[in-house]
Design a protein around this ligand. Sequence first.
Ligand code: NAD
Length: 328
Amino acid sequence: DKLGIALVGLGYYSTDLLAPALQQTEKCYLAGIVTGTPAKAEAWKAKYQIPDKNIYNYQNFDQIANNPDIDVVYVVLPPSMHREFVVRAAKAGKHVFCEKPMAPSVADCQAMIDACKKNKVKLAIGYRCQHDPNIQAVMKVAKAQKFGKVKMINSAAGYFDARTNHWKQNKALGGGVMGDMGVYALQGARLATGEEPVRVMAQASTTRPDIYKEVEETMMFMLEFPSGARAACQTSFGINMNYLQVNYEKGWLKLEPQSAYNGNKGSMSDGTVINFPIKSQQAKQMDEDCAALMNNTELIAPGEEGLRDIRVVEAIYKSVASGKTVTI
Ligand code: NAD
């Protein structure tokens, strides 16, 4: 039997990626929607045959507690809204999937984790790349010490965002490139080392101050890991870049792109090619997370993993504000 998923927030990611992926999933299906826009409810209802009883708005959402069709609530709203809807979903007794970045602050992340624990539901973060075998290959090299210790990492994730007046440019809604694309650059470094950074130094900048008034367009950050490995990372809403280069004592690995929806690929210094075909990252992510819920096994990226990134993101903003290296 498939688990029923309700998507909260029917914007770009729900519309273009998650709903189509839910047509391919084997362990779950699109059972319901939560939207503040009645016209979207009508369109989705027709397109995906969603019964009226499984359609909610932000006000009556809590009644989802009484709906046995919905097993999982997937929060796909701007980041500053994640906490409220994750907590409400947990209180309704539903398992929760939450998009990245988990929330604007560590305190928010902790409150979300606590609410899920208290209500005995599971919380997974939508880190689709951690379900991608091309990214998992990088983690395996570090774990096996295939080329010895990790020494130096270069990790980048960015694209040119031509939009104006979007929540990604709004501080109160959780905008800023660091939480958005920056977590992919950060994940590249964290997954390539299998370690948590202990010191960060960061610099924020913008080339379009008329659009990026409240938040950074570009962030460059350096990370120092307990083993001594160091990472130079960059993320931007103004630059097209997406790669991971890991240099070890005795070799190297490159991925480009490293966090695309598909086609992540690369190679290693010994000639090994990284190029695993994958049908839909999002379908694989939701199927694997639903299997973990069904079998009561570990999630690949639980709430704690989302919090680990936000802890670093907070330190990065502290470094920007102080102009100093920050110890985590
Ligand atoms: P979007 O702007 O396209 O959609 C946001 C949705 O939230 C819209 O349906 C909008 O109506 C709704 N909303 C409710 N209140 C709002 C408010 N006050 N301001 C703005 N929108 C409001 O955004 P998106 O690109 O779909 O991103 C949604 C979430 O998904 C974010 O957390 C984002 O980081 C994440 N995301 C993840 C990936 C990924 O690859 N994992 C890709 C894209 C987006």
